[in-house]
Design a protein around this ligand. Structure first.
Ligand code: F6R
Length: 248
């Protein structure tokens, strides 16, 4: 694992966007695994900026998102489909037909999940997976539990995740209880993983994920087994790591 420490959020966004840009330049038809939530917003803004300046081209890029709330359609402003349109897709020259998220409107869980895994396979796997991390160590919506779940699955969100995500909804009651998420196996098969984290509230999860035991109780800890993980984080999120414990 390589840790990139950023002094401020702007630098963090630039460092993470740099890793993504490098991937896009080296392989213009890359499959990018994307995340939603607060963490990647600035990274997407940076990528849009470079696209507008003519430095980045999304024409051949394919994207697959980690997750989607069950029951929300693309036109719902709280859906991750909507978020991706707003935060990235509509601002760059990505072809709409090359962007994929789990189908939140698919009632049949098995179909939704099997279709998504088949799609990832058809695309030839993910070249670079961008991740945020939950305060409880979740990645995608793989919540702490008894076992790592390999494939895309339907998950009941933990109370801590519902509380954390309530900030994006009118009230806690509006947060969907279920979501479709890529599984741990889907994430681990990505050739490269870039995890971004900022703020003190992520410090414990980051520290335990990379220095603690590998356990489904802290899903991000499985990333210790991945050969190519970069953690891009600010000082607050890295505050529990001792100096010298990581490479800058
Ligand atoms: C989002 C996702 C989640 C978030 C995590 C952190 O697609 O899969 O795992 O990355 O909940 O969320 P933020 O960035 O809002 O703190």
């Amino acid at each position: 694992m390589r840790i990139y420490q950023a002094d401020n959020i702007k630098e963090l966004n630039r460092k993470a966007a740099n890793l993504i840009s490098a991937q896009m330049i080296l392989k213009p038809d890359s499959v990018l695994g994307l995340a939603t939530g607060a963490s990647p917003i600035g990274v997407y803004k940076q990528l849009i900026d470079w696209y507008r300046k003519g430095d980045l081209d999304f024409a051949g890029i394919r994207t697959v998102n980690l997750d989607e709330y069950k029951g929300l359609g693309p036109e719902d402003p709280q859906s991750y489909h909507y978020y991706m349109q707003e935060q990235l897709f509509s601002a760059v020259n990505l072809r709409q037909e090359n962007t994929y998220l789990p189908d939140g409107t698919q009632e049949d869980e098995r179909t939704a999940c099997e279709d998504y895994d088949a799609l990832i396979r058809q695309l030839g796997g993910i070249d670079l997976q961008l991740l945020g991390i939950g305060r409880n160590g979740h990645i995608g919506f793989n919540e702490p539990g008894e076992a790592f779940i390999r494939n895309t699955h339907c998950v009941r969100l933990s109370e801590s995740t519902i509380q954390a995500n309530a900030r994006f909804f009118a009230s806690r009651e509006d947060v969907p209880e279920y979501a479709y998420t890529m599984g741990i196996g889907d994430i681990l098969q990505a050739k490269r993983v870039v995890l971004i984290a900022f703020g003190e509230e992520k410090a414990r999860a980051c520290y335990e994920a990379f220095t603690g035991p590998i356990t489904p109780q802290l899903p991000a800890s499985i990333l210790q087994l991945h050969p190519n993980v970069s953690l891009v984080a600010d000082r607050a999120a890295l505050s529990l790591f001792a100096q010298g414990e990581y490479t800058l």
